[in-house]
Ligand binder design. Structure first.
Ligand SMILES: C[S@@+](CC[C@H](N)C(=O)[O-])C[C@H]1O[C@@H](n2cnc3c(N)ncnc32)[C@H](O)[C@@H]1O
Length: 234
């Protein structure tokens, strides 16, 4: 399944028409989650390959000097926005498993001239950073794609400093939908079949050790499936 996901996003990275309805994105970048001010400060290509379902940088309330990690950073839009928000005293890492996406993201970063950005190759189930080194973990429509979500939550908890927080956008299934009903609404690589329910998301975060958990729906993606902002603290 992970290889199918990687192939899907390798194609998206190299295609100009990546925002088909089977991507996570609503294809509505300018009128959607990102403000015109956000978009004015990033290369056009970073916005074009934006495949998220929200704007986690807007909900994470980033402060100057903080270290941010974006899981499944894709073309880098949220990493570049984070890097601007945390300023030269802060740092923004992007993590992605797909070489083609990393290439696009690194090109976009070079175009911005930001010096406080690094894109790492790796899996969100095995984050290549030491324990307790990150203030904020963000992610935009990626965790639903993981085949081992408890491992992802445990890894996020491990790399966060005590008191660190998460600001995640993700697709979440309403609690009444069975896994079969979720699969009827879309496939795994399009961010639907692998989505957790609200109850599963909350209990996964509790099991990993998180507190102050909130799940706030922002819009309906398809019947019974919502785009949701998830916040929690270590
Ligand atoms: C739906 S796209 C979202 C990209 C980006 N967050 C955005 O908002 O544009 C999913 C991204 O997550 C990456 N990805 C999916 N599963 C992953 C995993 N298990 N480990 C690392 N990266 C993963 C894909 O390569 C792809 O770039």
């Amino acid at each position: 399944m992970r290889e199918q996901v990687r192939e899907r996003y390798a194609v998206a990275a190299t295609s100009r028409s990546c925002c088909d309805s089977d991507c996570c994105s609503t294809g509505d970048v300018t009128g959607g989650a990102y403000t015109t001010d956000d978009l004015a400060h990033i290369p056009d290509r970073a916005a074009e390959v934006s495949l998220g379902c929200g704007n986690p940088t807007a909900v994470a309330e980033l402060s100057p000097g903080e270290t941010v990690l974006d899981l499944g950073s894709g073309g880098g839009i949220d990493v570049l926005l984070s890097a601007r928000r945390v300023g030269p005293a802060g740092f923004a890492y992007g993590l992605d498993m797909t070489d083609e996406m990393l290439e696009v993201a690194r090109r976009n970063a070079a175009e911005t001239g930001l010096g406080n950005v690094e894109f790492l190759k790796g899996y969100i189930e095995d984050i290549p950073l030491p324990d307790e080194t990150v203030d904020v973990v963000i992610s935009n429509c990626v965790i639903n794609l993981s085949v081992d979500k408890p491992k992802v939550f445990a890894e996020i908890h491990r790399v966060l400093k005590p008191g660190g927080r998460i600001g995640i956008s993700d697709i979440v299934a309403q609690d009444h939908l069975s896994p079969a009903e979720r699969a009827e609404r879309g496939d795994w690589v399009g961010c639907i079949a692998g989505a957790l329910s609200y109850a599963e998301y909350r209990s996964g975060l509790v099991d990993a050790g998180f507190e102050s958990i909130t799940l706030e729906p922002t819009h309906v993606v398809t019947e019974g499936m919502d785009s949701v902002i998830i916040r929690a603290r270590k």
